[in-house]
Design a protein around this ligand. Structure first.
Ligand SMILES: [Zn+2]
Length: 351
């Protein structure tokens, strides 16, 4: 899985700035034979668009993130019990161009082998993304109502009457029950133990006034409670936290220390703690951890003599493997589309 940020800054779901407390994740399937996520991203990056999901994913593992995860999307309409848009992140899977819709959610399969392969791959991408988001928001994927399809949302009275995703999954032997189990499995042992650094609401554990943090990009507001962002900064910047209001939706007032011009209140999800022990290796990095790669050489193996490349970027990465005996002990993969992929030195990583 490779999450690429492609925030649709013109879409009303983005510009109105409304946020939600994430209580679950809803899976959708686009309902048209279009395998490319960028087509949807381009369509929805429009002030006149009246819907938007948080992400659209592809069979090749690409995830285009269109909205900050805690922004209120508009992906499932509403039902007799309200709207899942107020509680659930919405994610669309793309569909292969080997099917042809014949009305409603019925379709003709022009190449069953290719379709099955495509659907299996988008399923896999969805499992990985949902496992990542469940960890981020401390969600138990098997708890009732947490992971639901659009059609399950309709049965629960919180979504419009659509057949996705079962209209396509069921034909290829996939079910929502299996999906929930696979997400749990993909989360590994520490599923909802709260062991991940980003818990519900997403705030780093202990950001205090005077701390230095990494702003990882996102909207900046005039006040901690402002409904609308004054600007959206697509940059990474080392900032000082000059004020904190944990009751605000944008709890941290940040000022760039590196001349990159961040000045204002930001969301908790836009901020990463910077270890105060400069240059020191993080205390305990484990497989599955999210860390900040702060720039440096990237190697093909943990023992390689020569770097494959040097990345001068700051990137949020998942540690996907560890070899403590290697000179480059951590295998890191960017979660923010910045392209870090390989083994890195301890000194290049901050927890
Ligand atoms: Zn849907």
């Amino acid at each position: 899985m490779n999450i690429k940020q492609n925030i649709v800054t013109k879409n009303p779901c983005y510009t109105c700035g409304r946020t939600i407390t994430v209580k679950g994740l809803m899976i959708h399937s686009v309902g048209c034979p279009q395998p490319r996520a960028s087509v949807f991203a381009n369509n929805w990056n429009n002030a006149n668009a009246n819907v938007c999901v948080h992400a659209v994913l592809q069979a090749d593992g690409t995830v285009l993130q269109l909205l900050p995860w805690n922004r209120r999307g508009w992906h499932c309409g509403s039902g007799s019990n309200g709207s899942g848009n107020n509680t659930h992140i919405g994610v669309e899977m793309t569909e292969p161009d080997t099917i042809q819709y014949t009305g409603g959610s019925s379709f003709k399969d022009l190449n069953p082998a290719a379709t099955k392969d495509f659907v299996a791959k988008t399923y896999r991408t969805a499992v990985e993304l949902f496992a990542y988001l469940c960890k981020q928001y401390s969600l138990d994927p098997e708890k009732d109502g947490v992971i639901i399809s659009h059609s399950e949302g309709h049965k629960r009275g919180i979504a419009s009457n659509h057949g996705d995703v079962e209209h396509i999954w069921n034909k290829y032997g996939l079910t929502m029950a299996q999906f929930r189990r696979d997400i749990k499995k993909a989360m590994g042992g520490n599923a909802t133990a709260g062991g991940t650094e980003q818990n519900a609401g997403n705030a780093p554990k202990s950001v205090s006034k005077g701390d230095t943090v990494t702003f990882t990009g996102g909207p900046v507001y005039k006040s901690s409670t402002a409904a609308q962002a004054t600007v959206n900064k697509g940059i990474t910047s080392k900032c000082e936290v000059t004020a904190v209001n944990l009751k605000g939706t944008h709890p941290y007032h940040c000022i760039s220390q590196d001349g990159k011009g961040v000045y204002g209140w930001v969301n908790a999800e836009s901020v990463k703690e910077v270890s105060t022990t400069a240059g020191n290796a993080p205390k305990s990095v484990s497989k599955g951890d999210t860390v900040t790669f702060i720039g440096g050489p990237v190697y093909k193996s943990s023992t390689a003599a020569q770097a494959a490349t040097t990345k001068n970027v700051s990137s949020r990465c998942e540690v996907t493997a560890i070899n403590e005996k290697g000179t480059h002990p951590y295998h890191c993969i960017s979660q923010d589309g910045k392209g870090v992929y390989g083994w890195v030195d301890k000194a290049s990583v901050k927890k």
